[in-house]
Design a protein around this ligand. Structure first.
Ligand code: G3P
Length: 215
């Protein structure tokens, strides 16, 4: 499973990218608004840091405007992917843009039906939001499972991005289902790497090495 980071924070992206494990970045308008700076500058900087797809969201609501906005965003760098919400105009724009070679990440997916529509329109990625489904008492990971099964049944090559991840177990569950990608918040990456036995082991190995390193 490929690991993306779900943030627009440059320091966090640089830190996790420094681990050598990142395959891409996803942003959304809420994440970008936290950074309080020009959206296009932010996306350009991120695209130069991470060697992989960088999702930037188009905010227009009508087909022609979505297409125009997506083309502008795609021209920022060669690795930009356009996030488009699932809605009739979003699907129509996805059809046009994907045929022109612009990769679309269809977002705000909450059901297998929406994911099938996105794939039929030519989306390169779909982003089901597991955490937001769990928040309202639904089974977020169950929806990922349904999408994966439906895509496998018909050899659909649209990649599934497990999004709206809340904790490390979401990442494990997505991997066990065979989800293509997890887009992970910075704080969750920090929790994924931690284990008290690892900390204890490093500490005792360092202390024991001190006893013999000068001999
Ligand atoms: O970027 C899309 C998604 O990951 C948002 O997550 O935490 O706002 O539900 P969240």
């Amino acid at each position: 499973m490929k690991l993306f980071i779900d943030t627009a924070n440059i320091d966090h992206i640089k830190e996790i990218n420094g681990w050598g494990i990142l395959s891409g970045v996803t942003t959304n308008p809420t994440l970008c608004s936290k950074e309080c700076r020009s959206f296009k500058d932010m996306i350009k900087e991120i695209a130069a840091i991470v060697d992989g797809p960088i999702s930037a969201e188009a905010l227009s609501m009508k087909k022609d405007e979505i297409v125009k906005e997506a083309k502008e965003l795609a021209s920022i760098a060669g690795n930009i992917v356009i996030k488009v919400p699932i809605m009739p105009d979003g699907l129509a724009a996805t059809k046009i843009l994907s045929e022109e070679g612009i990769d679309i990440n269809m977002t705000l997916i909450f059901s297998a039906n929406q994911a099938m529509l996105a794939a039929a329109a030519g989306a390169r990625y779909v982003s089901p939001f597991v955490g937001r489904l769990d928040d309202i008492g639904n089974d977020g990971m169950g929806v990922i499972e349904e999408i994966m099964e439906a895509y496998i049944n018909f050899d659909i090559d649209t990649e599934v991005i497990c999004a709206s991840i809340r904790h490390p177990q979401h990442v494990v569950d997505a991997a066990l289902i065979g989800c293509d990608i997890s887009t992970i918040p910075y704080e969750v990456f920090k929790k994924m790497i931690k284990h008290p036995l690892t900390d204890k082991g490093i500490e005792s190995f360092q202390q024991d090495w001190e006893k013999i390193k000068g001999l």
